[in-house]
Design a protein around this ligand. Structure first.
Ligand SMILES: C[S@@+](CC[C@H](N)C(=O)[O-])C[C@H]1O[C@@H](n2cnc3c(N)ncnc32)[C@H](O)[C@@H]1O
Length: 320
């Protein structure tokens, strides 16, 4: 891309980026709002990211338009053209901008963590809603598979008296979650004290790290968006090519692996009125429900909630 294409104004920056993205063979899926809106939205995010990388400070969408006729900083223009080219060549938007919005906050993401999904916002908002109905606010929660930290951090931001213990297999993801917690929660919320991050020795290990971290403490809830794919043709190429394997594939070629283990042993780590919140693949919802309900001796009361397009997405299991 030559410097002649460098945008002169903020308006130009959005227009030029949009034109570059429109030529991409990788951005064909219109998304829920249609292709035009998707291209416009991605262009705005790239312009904001280029501005941030050049100036070291954020710019809101409103400011992009308020400055439409002003000169777009020259070094931001150069950064923008490289970012737009990467995106047009198929790199996920969030890997180019380094940011994903999740509920109330912006999370730093990269190739080492799953890009947080809107479906997981349903998991978190369901947990917040259900936990808010309890007589007393939760004080201890466990998360299996922190990734970028979105789930635990949003819960910590919502419940001021909560402490979370979160496990994560991948070292880079543990570091990412810790940094996101510091940045988003801020020093006043004591992120280091309130989020304990525990290592996991192998993909097959689920409860071991919590056994040593908790000793005799029992949690109010367990929450997880576990890996639930099996290798083969279950995911889009975009996902398979760019997301970390550990975040996608369940161990032992068993897509129900985590659900099976959570259903079987979750109670041991919970208070008598504790509960489990898990994100589920909608096409396996009946099997997962059966895992919890069909345990010898019973013990779980189940509710399943749907996402914004009506697919069963979150299972809540209450100890009976
Ligand atoms: C589907 S991602 C979810 C990440 C994040 N919670 C979210 O919702 O965006 C699953 C995460 O679990 C981690 N993981 C895989 N096996 C694990 C295990 N046995 N124990 C703990 N974490 C594990 C992966 O590295 C990945 O970060």
């Amino acid at each position: 891309m030559s410097n002649d294409h460098r945008p002169r104004t903020y308006f130009d920056a959005i227009r030029v980026t949009r034109e570059i993205l429109a030529t991409s063979e990788f951005i064909l899926n219109p998304g829920p709002l249609g292709l035009e809106n998707r291209l416009q939205g991605e262009a705005e995010q790239l312009v904001a990211a280029a501005y941030r990388s050049a100036k070291g400070q954020s710019i809101s969408r409103m400011d992009l338009y308020a400055r439409a006729r002003e000169v777009f900083p020259e070094n931001a223009g150069e950064a923008l053209l490289s970012m737009a080219a990467l995106r047009a060549a198929g790199r996920p938007l969030q890997h180019v901008t380094g940011i994903q919005q999740f509920l109330d906050h912006e999370y730093v993401v990269g190739p080492d963590v799953l890009i947080p999904r809107p479906e997981t916002e349903v998991l978190v908002t369901t947990a917040i809603r259900e936990l808010s109905k309890c007589e007393s606010p939760p004080v201890l929660g466990l998360e299996i598979g922190l990734g970028s930290g979105v789930v635990s951090i949003e819960l910590l931001a919502r419940f001021s008296g909560l402490r979370m213990v979160g496990s994560e297999l991948v070292r880079e993801a543990r570091e990412r979650a810790s940094k996101n917690a510091e940045r988003i929660l801020g020093a006043d919320h004591k992120p280091a004290e309130r989020l304990t991050i525990v290592e996991v020795a192998s993909p097959l290990s689920v409860w071991d790290p919590f056994e040593s971290a908790l000793r005799t403490d029992r949690a109010d809830f367990v929450i997880s968006n576990p890996p639930y794919l099996i290798r083969g043709n279950e995911a889009e190429p975009d996902v398979v090519n760019f997301e970390p394997e550990e975040a996608l594939y369940a161990p032992a070629e068993d897509p129900l692996y985590f659900y099976r283990i959570i259903a079987a042993r979750g109670r041991e780590f919970l208070k008598p009125d504790g509960r489990v919140f898990v994100e589920i693949p909608h096409e396996r919802a009946p099997q997962i429900r059966e895992l919890f309900e069909g345990l010898p001796g019973g013990g779980w009361r189940i509710n399943v909630f749907s996402d914004l397009v009506g697919r069963e997405r979150v299972l809540v299991a209450n100890i009976m």
